[in-house]
Design a protein around this ligand. Structure first.
Ligand SMILES: *Cc1c(COP(=O)(O)O)cnc(C)c1O
Length: 376
């Protein structure tokens, strides 16, 4: 039988011909015509003030940390149940990540625990929209306003999800997107920083261009191109932007397909959930179908189910090792709340295969195999 991988990168439209066009235009470095098209697409579609493509979401988070003016010893509040870059970007600036537990329903940061984790050193809150399901942004933005904190949305998984009608990534002061090949819309590696507060727009351009005023120089706003601030090289090549733009042309279609795959999983697995074998990902009307998980009853069941599916060439994955208990998390961070939900759920969560070209038949095969496992 054909293997069912966890993820499979895909091409949907003009990716290769737009790359050929970028080559023909003779502009391969960053910030050419395709990068500008992508910027405009994000600004119009998501309603953010300014979008800047980066080489990764990791890069976008690092830029956000610089823009938050993080100084050594400052604290940043974030969930422990997330990818390492959410914390690392701030640790690179000398910050202490303060980990807060997640909600058992969405696996997003538990907003009711944030205020107790705030100290005089807190600079920012970094909510992560896990699985593309929105955090409680209204509450989080209110807490931030009250304590004069900045909000950086890690929207790596959340492109085209909404919260109360607003695009995720466009609500906090900054939003960070990923186009890594495991995400919904891909360019291999890739990301974007969304800047929603005009105060930060000019400095963001400078940080992204190695700390120079190159962008202003090319617009004719300054007459010399020089080193003016700290920075690094965060922009992608036009080859990557051309690939990304071709995917953006089909963005709604990609999201619709992923949502329909999630619905197919939910329909086919409803009986097993009802029988008490696991709990499925909460289906959210406003989210983008980024991933589909089940929560099993124990680590042992998860390990046995993975082994059973692997024998049938079906390849689910699990994540994350909670950051508060990871070697680097212990060295650089601290716990800002008890971690009961994070510790419990991270051992039991299993992500099922999900990719754009997946067929209903493949969904059926995964669900039948899971049913056989529980039938004994
Ligand atoms: C994928 C991901 C990242 C990192 O994205 P890259 O583009 O690979 O750097 C960061 N945070 C979360 C929550 C992610 O899922």
């Amino acid at each position: 039988m054909k293997p069912i991988p966890f993820n499979k990168p895909f091409i949907i439209g003009r990716e290769l011909s737009l790359i050929a066009d970028a080559v023909a235009q003779g502009h391969l470095s960053g910030d050419g015509a395709y990068t500008r098209l992508c910027h405009r697409w994000f600004e119009e579609k998501l309603g953010c003030r300014k979008a800047l493509l980066t080489h990764s979401c990791t890069g976008a988070l690092e830029m956000a940390a610089i823009l938050c003016d993080i100084q050594p010893g400052d604290e940043v509040i974030l969930p422990s149940y997330t990818f390492v870059s959410t914390a690392n970007a701030f640790v690179l600036r000398g910050a202490v990540p303060v980990f807060v537990d997640i909600r058992p329903d969405t696996l997003n940061i538990d907003e009711s625990l944030i205020e107790a984790a705030i100290t005089a050193k807190t600079k920012a809150i970094v909510p992560v929209h896990y699985a593309g399901v929105p955090c409680e942004m209204q509450r989080i933005m209110a807490i931030a306003a009250q304590h004069d904190l900045l909000v950086v949305e890690d929207a790596a998984q959340a492109l085209l999800s909404t919260y109360q009608g607003q695009a995720l990534g466009s609500i906090g002061h900054f939003g960070c997107l990923s186009f890594h090949e495991t995400k919904n819309i891909i360019s291999g590696e890739g990301g974007a920083l969304l800047i929603n507060d005009a105060r930060f727009a000019e400095r963001a351009e400078i940080i992204r261009e190695k700390g120079t005023n190159r962008s202003q120089f090319f617009r004719g706003e300054v007459d010399k191109y020089t080193w003016v601030d700290i920075g690094s090289s965060y922009l992608p090549s036009e080859l990557v932007s051309a690939f990304l733009y071709a995917q953006l042309e089909h963005a709604d279609e990609i999201v619709a397909k992923r949502r329909s795959l999630c619905t197919a999983y939910a329909t086919r697995l409803a009986g097993l959930q009802q029988a008490g074998h696991f709990r499925m990902a909460a289906f959210d009307e406003d989210s983008n179908g980024h991933l589909f998980y089940i929560l099993l009853d124990s680590l042992d069941t998860r390990s046995r189910l993975i082994a059973y599916l692997k024998k049938q060439d079906i390849h689910p994955v699990f994540h994350y090792v909670p950051l508060h208990s990871s070697p680097a998390g212990r060295r650089y961070g601290r716990e800002g709340s008890a971690m009961h939900v994070t510790n419990d759920l991270s051992e039991r969560l299993l992500r099922l295969p999900l990719f754009y070209e997946m067929s209903e038949d493949e969904i059926a095969r995964v669900c039948i195999a899971i049913g056989e496992f529980f039938a004994g």
